[in-house]
Design a protein around this ligand. Structure first.
Ligand code: ZN
Length: 203
């Protein structure tokens, strides 16, 4: 399986990192070794001094598909969950300055915690899904799919022009504004429409 992550899908987040608002989706990949399940703790890697959380809605792909049309895209995911796209912001900044790929800042082991998924039929409107992240009991990031620049359907259509989607793949759909650093002993709790899907510690 693979993890496809969308960058800059919320205008306010693009602005907070001084990035232009994109005209088409930006994406990158994380390998399967980035996944962190079952609320296993996240260990801060020794190569970064600045790990940021990015809380994101995640789609679970349920069907093989290539060059999927937007009108059929909704049939290619069966569940929605939450994930954290951990980012070594200090390394990413260096990559950006040099025009290098982002992998060392984005694709490292454990950089993609995911929680349980909720069947997509439980969401009456996929363009109005609320989520938030609490750190040590305080809400630090809030989002709503309403604010995405590119909808789930457009993301699936775009990505599948280039890369075949397979059952079990995940699409991280981008983070809203409010990203920030984590430190050792932080407790992260992520909620989707009020349901807690992630609850883990930083070590
Ligand atoms: Zn992200």
């Amino acid at each position: 399986m693979k993890i496809i992550c969308i960058g800059r899908n919320y205008a306010e987040h693009a602005k907070e990192l001084n990035n232009p608002v994109p005209k088409e989706p930006v994406f990158f990949l994380k390998p399967d070794s980035a996944l962190l399940r079952n609320n296993f703790p996240f260990f801060i890697p020794d190569f970064s001094q600045e790990i940021h959380y990015e809380t994101e809605l995640v789609l679970r792909i349920c069907k093989l598909g290539k060059a999927i049309l937007p009108k059929f895209a909704h049939t290619y995911y069966d569940a929605i969950g939450l994930g954290i796209d951990f980012t070594a912001r200090d390394l990413q900044q260096k990559c950006k300055e040099k025009g290098l790929p982002w992998e060392i800042a984005k694709a490292f082991d454990g950089s993609a915690p995911i929680g349980n998924f909720i069947d997509k039929s439980e969401f009456p409107d996929h363009s109005n899904i609320k989520f938030h992240l609490d750190i040590n009991g305080e809400t630090v990031q809030q989002g709503n799919s309403f604010d995405m620049i590119f909808s789930f359907d457009l993301l699936i259509a775009h990505v599948s022009r280039y890369i075949t989607l397979k059952t079990g793949d995940y699409i991280f759909t981008g983070t809203p504004a409010g990203v920030g650093p984590v430190k050792i002993n932080d407790r992260l709790e992520a909620f989707l429409e009020g349901k807690k899907l992630l609850d883990f510690r930083v070590k």
